[in-house]
Write a protein that binds this ligand. Structure first.
Ligand SMILES: Nc1ncnc2c1ncn2[C@@H]1O[C@H](COP(=O)(O)OP(=O)(O)OP(=O)(O)O)[C@@H](O)[C@H]1O
Length: 346
């Protein structure tokens, strides 16, 4: 795998970056002339890869690197997974699965995931207009050369019926510490279901929330246009952003001392700890981001510290960075050192 696999797009600024870390749209597409991946064998999947390889390489606008999952080792696959560029199944079952990745590493096209193509674009902050234009453009370019499985009645056909229609999922990764601290999070997130949206953990379906990060996305893909789905999600997200900011103000006014103590203790731990496991590090980093966004931390820190460290301190990234195999103790020591170095910079 190329050395520059670890990407930088997350640390750029974006709209509403104090609450929305990143936005994502993904489209699921299948080829009419091949069995869908959940029905096909390795031979047919390999044919799909070879067929798509030629078509995708010649797309305009972007240069893509192509990776056969089998040719990457497990650490490399896990790095891609930690950056949300491939799914857990692409890591665990690499046989006859592939990935196209653009140079900026924010556009990924997984081949032979649940569907033949899983196309996604990620951008920092709340940024659906640009993502939609780009992904729609990319999809149209692909469609010029590919015969998609499409029904006039149902729209795009997918392996799982819950994706049929637009086969589009739009989502945001939100940082909601004040709603967590004020105990309002369950009510707010519970209410999003009424708008046809769903909340997932930080690593997608079936995962838990970590570092006060929540992924909110559309559940319904059928019966609405792509634009309607995106607009509805965006309007709910804007209300959640407003609620989070209101809770921050409330906490600052009514709980200032406790809050400042909590943030500065987290800062102290990360500044001096010698050994940190991943979830402990993420928990304290989340508080530091909160402290920066509410000006509770006076020290001049990189304003994108959280986004910068979020990936760098994860296990596969630490391992990838190291020449030899590290055990968990060594990973925890290395993680603490990277954070200490970052926080003790002049
Ligand atoms: N806005 C976002 N920013 C960064 N990463 C995201 C965002 N939204 C989702 N992800 C990540 O993308 C990955 C896929 O998410 P998820 O499982 O919800 O996927 P999906 O493509 O909709 O799949 P499925 O159709 O199987 O549910 C997860 O690792 C998730 O954390």
């Amino acid at each position: 795998m190329q050395n520059n696999i670890i990407n930088n797009w997350q640390i750029e600024n974006g709209e509403e970056k104090d609450v929305v870390l990143s936005s994502r749209i993904r489209l699921a597409r299948n080829l009419k002339e091949y069995k869908f991946p959940n029905r096909s064998d390795i031979k047919e999947k390999t044919k799909v890869i070879n067929y798509l390889r030629d078509k995708i390489f010649y797309l305009k606008d972007q240069n893509y690197d192509f990776y056969l999952m089998d040719n990457l080792n497990e650490i490399e696959r896990n790095v891609l997974h930690e950056e949300y560029l491939i799914s857990r199944n692409h890591v665990q079952y690499p046989n006859a699965r592939a990935l196209f990745l653009n140079n900026e590493k924010n556009i990924s096209i997984m081949i032979n995931e649940e569907d033949h193509l899983r196309i996604q674009i990620l951008k920092p902050g709340l940024e659906f207009n640009n993502i939609w234009n780009e992904i729609n453009n990319l999809d149209e370019q692909l469609e010029e050369n590919l015969d998609y499985a499409f029904s006039k009645k149902w729209g795009y056909l997918t392996s799982c019926p819950t994706n049929i229609g637009t086969a589009l999922r739009a989502s945001v990764m939100c940082h909601l510490p004040a709603l967590v601290l004020s105990g309002k999070i369950d009510n707010i997130l519970g209410a999003v279901g009424k708008f046809g949206l769903t909340v997932r953990g930080v690593s997608g379906e079936g995962s838990n929330s970590e570092a006060e990060l929540f992924q909110i996305s559309n559940q319904i893909t059928l019966g609405f246009s792509e634009k309607e789905i995106i607009e509805k999600l965006e309007s709910v997200i804007k209300q959640i952003i407003a609620e989070e900011r209101k809770s921050r103000e409330y906490l600052l006014e009514n709980n200032f001392l406790k809050l400042k103590d909590n943030v500065l203790r987290s800062f102290g731990v990360l500044k001096y700890a010698y050994h940190l496991d991943q979830s402990e590090a993420l928990k304290y980093l989340s508080r530091i981001k909160f402290g920066q966004d509410t000006n509770l931390i006076e020290e001049k820190l990189d304003k994108n510290l959280f986004s910068k460290l979020l990936f760098k301190i994860k296990n596969a990234h630490l391992q990838y960075d190291s020449k030899e195999k590290l055990d968990i103790e060594e990973l925890n020591i290395k993680r603490a050192k990277i954070i200490r170095n970052e926080l003790n910079k002049e």
